[in-house]
Design a protein around this ligand. Structure first.
Ligand code: PGA
Length: 256
């Protein structure tokens, strides 16, 4: 049985000054259900680098994990402006987003760098959340499966039955657009991804793999999405910035 996981992706939003107020409001809104964090569902916040240490202190012992939004694939060296996995583990980061479509679109990340980063994370015991997904043009041209197949190609050999790699299916056309994939569209893509993993890595790896949906997920649609058999959670951008909205989604996730 795969444990659901709900991750907020704050992107380039919020400051350290907002951290205490955000988590106070979030834990208030979740109430005693917070006791189920880590047991019934994993709850994660992917925050900007400069907020990591404070987000970790604000949530220590409260059952949530703090993730970075990116990492470099190398251990160190002349890479101005980059952050390595050991720099993340030093401050207590447990997970990292890899290959978010905004990284692919604006910062030239590609399937090769995504695989390198994924491997770097796994080698140091950090759980990578690897993002894949097609653009609107690709969907309209009926290339969704081909795009997913290609994006999964280099990362699939790194997936094993430990469940330590997480995939986020985020159709680019649904991110921040208010358009959500229908539960049926999302389920089809998730199933396709799981079968890629089944074919190359076997049943145990496929059955353990958590696949999150991302793209305008919000309190109103999350329950329906989570009902789909291959949807194991969500990666939430806009709606995770509001502690009450995200708390409502967390409650749905705990009930799923
Ligand atoms: P959104 O973003 O929920 O605002 O669409 C999701 C994401 O980019 O991870």
């Amino acid at each position: 049985m795969r444990k659901p996981l709900l991750a907020g992706n704050w992107k380039m939003n919020k400051t350290n000054a907002e951290i205490p107020g955000f988590f106070e409001a979030f834990f208030d809104a979740v109430g005693s259900a917070a006791e189920l964090f880590g047991k019934r569902a994993d709850i994660v916040f992917a925050v900007p680098y400069t907020l990591l240490a404070n987000a970790i202190s604000a949530t220590v012992g409260r059952g949530v994990a703090i993730a970075a939004q990116n990492v470099h694939g190398s251990e160190g060296g002349a890479f101005t402006g980059e952050i390595s996995i050991s720099m993340l583990t030093e401050v207590g980061v447990a997970m990292v987003l890899v290959g978010h479509s905004e990284r692919r679109q604006y910062y030239g990340e590609n399937d090769a760098s995504v695989a390198e980063k994924t491997k770097a994370a796994l080698d140091r015991g950090v759980v990578p959340i690897v993002c894949v997904g097609e653009t609107l043009a690709e969907r309209e041209a009926r290339h969704t499966d081909a795009v997913l197949q290609e994006q999964m190609d280099r990362v699939t050999p790194l997936i094993d039955a430990t469940g330590n790699t997480i995939i986020a299916y985020e159709p680019v056309w649904a991110i921040g657009s208010g358009l959500t994939a229908t539960p049926a569209q999302a389920q089809a893509a998730h199933h396709f991804i799981r079968e890629i993993v089944r074919e190359r890595c076997g049943n145990a790896a496929a059955d353990e793999l958590r696949i999150l949906y991302g793209g305008s997920a919000k309190p109103e649609n999350v329950a329906e999405l989570l009902k789909q058999p291959d949807i194991d959670g969500g990666l939430v951008g806009g709606a995770s910035l509001n502690p009450k909205h995200f708390a409502a989604m967390v409650l749905s996730c705990l009930e799923s």
